[in-house]
Design a protein around this ligand. Structure first.
Ligand code: NZQ
Ligand code: ZN
Length: 390
């Protein structure tokens, strides 16, 4: 068990109608000028935009807007939002959406205090020294960005997607109202659920296994996703399902389940980020295609114990079966849930992706040498895993 510091200062308002009164109060604690940032318009269709504007109708609050944030958010959009923050001297950013909107707001928050392209943060040419406070209203259970320090931004000119990380970027306040996710369609529900699961699995499948307490929590979180993703998929307005997925998304990636596991590196996420960077695909879908292939690739007599635990404790597979059989069945269960029940595509070729850029992607994944994930992955391994996904 490693040493760690645990600090998650995001204040969470969880549940229905928590926006009422609380939103304007929280905004005013940060100042008077708020930049409301959102995506392609789902918040206008489901009435949330109107509700927010009514809540912010206050003589002490001045609202500015920036919309049109796309999935796999672009650095160019962030630069535009930064310009508004500077011009209007914004005090606080209100991020309303999924991970893409919240991540854009994080980069914008840092950009307010930087003279230059925000891509410099991604390339580590500049350091984040200060950032605007962020208040998030989450509309999609997926990334955990609502309680986390990271922002993932795409640069389409360079075909790159990179993380920007600072504790200064963690939202100050997050409103988690499960009813706001009722309008998320089946496809995004499935992709978001896989992303939540993947955040846990990337940590769970690690070489260090010194903390039983975290293992059992991770297993509980994974069982939660497995139980509720199909319910939310078929009954979009099932509060219990949406609530469980939403809270699981925050706990899957807010720093809590990771504390024991460093310095293990994640494997599927860096590979998926290359797929998104080149082909602009949905993050959760890329992970859903990659992860079973990665798990099969990493399975061996040396690693089988973890799969056995996963199979028995997460998928309820008969503990009396041989370990290797339990391991293989656990991967099949994962595939059945997401490919058959939740109807996600299981081949990259279905997304018109071929092997053209695999070598380049693998070079980037292995830019610091071998990836020390559950198993060591070198460039050749990454290419092989990607080819298995075709
Ligand atoms: O733009 P709008 O119109 O709002 O539509 C969005 C978007 O098209 C829609 N949506 C969101 N809430 C909705 C809704 N539609 C109907 N009703 C609602 N209530 O869903 C679509 C996808 O939204 P997006 O924000 O892109 O999805 P997600 O939350 O999965 O975020 C994905 C992004 O986050 C990054 C991913 O790489 C990707 O760029 N990640 C961020 C992480 C982090 N900050 O730590 C970690 C993750 O591993 C991930 O890399
Ligand atoms: Zn993810």
């Amino acid at each position: 068990m490693n040493n760690f510091i645990y600090e998650i200062p995001t204040k969470v308002y969880f549940g229905e109608k928590q926006l009422q009164k609380n939103l304007s109060e929280e905004v005013k604690k940060c100042g008077s000028k708020v930049l409301l940032v959102y995506g392609g318009g789902s918040i206008k269709k489901n009435g949330l935009y109107q509700e927010i504007m009514e809540e912010l109708e206050d003589p002490e609050i001045e609202v500015y807007e920036f919309s049109g944030i796309e999935p796999n958010p672009r650095h160019t959009a962030v630069n535009e939002a930064v310009a508004i923050c500077k011009e209007k001297d914004i005090d606080v950013i209100l991020a309303v959406g999924g991970g893409s909107v919240i991540d854009s707001c994080k980069a914008t928050a840092a950009g307010k205090y930087y003279d230059g392209d925000i891509w410099d943060f991604a390339e580590k040419k500049a350091e984040i020294k200060k950032a605007l406070p962020i208040i998030a209203i989450l509309t999609l259970a997926s990334t955990g960005s609502e309680m986390y320090t990271n922002s993932v931004i795409s640069n389409l000119d360079l075909h790159e997607k990179k993380g920007i990380k600072s504790t200064l970027l963690r939202p100050k306040v997050s409103f988690l109202d499960p009813t706001l996710t009722y309008s998320v369609n089946q496809y995004q529900t499935a992709c978001g659920s896989f992303d939540i699961l993947s955040h846990i699995m990337e940590t769970y499948f690690a070489r260090e296994d010194g903390l039983h307490m975290l293992d059992t929590i991770m297993e509980g979180l994974m069982r939660t996703v497995i139980k509720y993703a199909p319910i939310a998929y078929h009954e979009p307005d099932n509060y219990e399902a949406r609530a469980n997925l939403m809270w699981a998304s925050s706990w899957a990636l807010n720093g809590f389940v990771r504390i024991d596991k460093q310095p293990n590196t994640w494997a599927c996420h860096p590979i998926e980020h290359e797929l998104s960077a080149f082909y602009d695909i949905t993050h959760g879908l890329g992970l859903a295609i990659l992860t079973p292939r990665y798990l099969r690739y990493a399975l061996s007599e040396d690693t089988v114990d973890r799969y056995y635990q996963f199979g028995v404790n997460v998928w309820n597979i008969d503990a009396n079966l041989p370990k290797m059989e339990v391991a293989e069945k656990s991967i099949e269960c994962l595939e059945k849930l997401f490919y058959q029940d939740l109807k996600l595509t299981d081949h990259l070729t279905d997304l018109n992706i071929n092997e053209e850029h695999f070598e380049e992607m693998a070079d980037r994944v292995c830019v610091n040498g071998v990836v020390k994930s559950f198993i060591d992955l070198d460039k050749g391994d990454v290419v092989k895993i990607l080819k298995e996904c075709l």
